[in-house]
Design a binder for this molecule. Structure first.
Ligand SMILES: O=CC(=O)O
Length: 373
């Protein structure tokens, strides 16, 4: 039957009517976003019906008083690694809170025990940043070994002419193997996805051995290690203790999670065992390295250099920090994942995790809280 005739009812597409009706009836969820995630990702959140977004309005780290004031009654929150999610914040959020989604692979800023006790879901952003962090880890190893910091600084201060081209000026240990020095042992403290991606990038440098230290309670994975050695044509991939790792590594990459278990795992005892020509790279969390011990190691020449993406106490690392004063310490401000592509993927994943949890669907990347008591 035709709908045309004398009826005055305007012709509104059913689809639209239904979506308006369901929008009116659907529950509303307050979502706090601790940093503007850019137009591509904010539009995903804005387009999702039922979300009332409360976004930190400034282009700086979200201030605690603002977060404490706004979190109350929220169903979800998207945080950065600079936002501490502890009992105080979760209490303030109250029982409405269902999900904490962090735009980071690390989640040591989130009290998982408190989250688990409250039955919260926690989302994070693994995998999407593996390559970017591995790239930067290699960059830091090269920068630290080849006096990159000092060289750049010299040119920027207009001092190139005073340095000139000196036969042994600004020399450092070579990362790639040479005829005279045919062995390179690369050490990893933590041997997860990022460490293994870093290892793969170092293969063309001719490295010969990979040593790693990881969770002492987990058994060595001999089959995986043999397969890695074969794949990369290495003389060996072996799980070792911290003592061997520090004594043998030419470059030691710190790529393990932060938190109580790894706090200051790189300390004076470990650093004193390292080779005088070795390089330490930290692209995980500043808390793994005792900054004073590392500054002493560099000053007294126990190791050659250090490349750091993270420093304990960041971002409050000023020019009088003992590590900033060390010429053989190259420090960048926590930018390991900072590529245009990766940050977009991380922000998208953080939004997807939040939406998934709120809708009661599977989150693309959920932290497993089942073992947390
Ligand atoms: O450090 C960066 C991250 O955890 O994503």
């Amino acid at each position: 039957m035709s709908s045309s005739g004398s009826s005055v009812t305007p012709s509104v597409p059913t689809q639209r009517l239904m979506s308006v009706a369901s929008h009116l009836n659907s529950p509303r969820f307050k979502v706090v976003v601790c940093r503007n995630l850019g137009p591509d990702v904010m539009s995903i959140l804005e387009a999702r019906p039922g979300l009332d977004l409360v976004v930190w309005p400034q282009d700086s780290a979200c201030e605690r008083p603002w977060l404490m004031e706004n979190i109350s009654g929220a169903t979800g929150v998207i945080v950065m690694l600079t936002d501490k999610v502890n009992a105080e914040l979760l209490d303030k959020a109250g029982p409405s809170l269902k999900v904490v989604s962090t735009m980071s692979v690390g989640y040591d800023h989130i009290d998982l025990k408190e989250a688990a006790q409250r039955g919260l879901k926690v989302g994070y952003t693994p995998d999407v940043l593996t390559d970017a962090v591995a790239d930067l880890s290699v960059m830091l190893a090269l920068m630290a070994g080849r006096n990159g910091g000092t060289g750049v600084d010299l040119v920027q201060r207009g001092q190139w002419a005073t340095f000139s081209w000196a036969p042994f000026g600004l020399c450092g240990p070579q990362l790639s193997t040479t005829a005279a020095s045919p062995t390179r042992k690369i050490g990893f403290l933590g041997f997860g996805r990022i460490a293994q991606a870093t290892l793969a990038r170092l293969v063309p440098f001719g490295i010969t051995h990979c040593l790693y230290f990881s969770n002492p309670s987990s058994l060595p994975n001999h089959a995986r290690d043999a397969a890695l050695a074969k794949q990369h044509k290495l003389q060996g991939v072996s799980k070792v203790d911290l003592d061997e790792l520090s004594r043998e590594s030419d470059v030691l990459f710190i790529l393990a999670p932060g938190g109580g278990e790894t706090y200051h795992i790189v300390n004076e005892t470990l650093l004193r065992k390292m080779k005088r020509t070795s390089i330490l790279v930290n692209a995980s969390r500043g808390t793994l390295v005792d900054s004073d011990a590392l500054a002493k190691a560099l000053r007294e020449g126990w190791i050659w250099g250090a490349g750091l993406d993270v420093v304990e106490g960041e971002p409050n690392v000023t020019i009088d920090h003992p590590l900033v004063k060390e010429p053989r310490c190259v420090i960048v401000p926590h930018i390991a994942s900072a590529t245009l592509e990766t940050r977009l993927e991380m922000a998208t994943r953080a939004a997807q995790n939040l939406i998934g949890a709120i809708l009661g669907r599977e989150m693309p990347s959920e932290v497993n809280l089942s073992d947390i008591s």
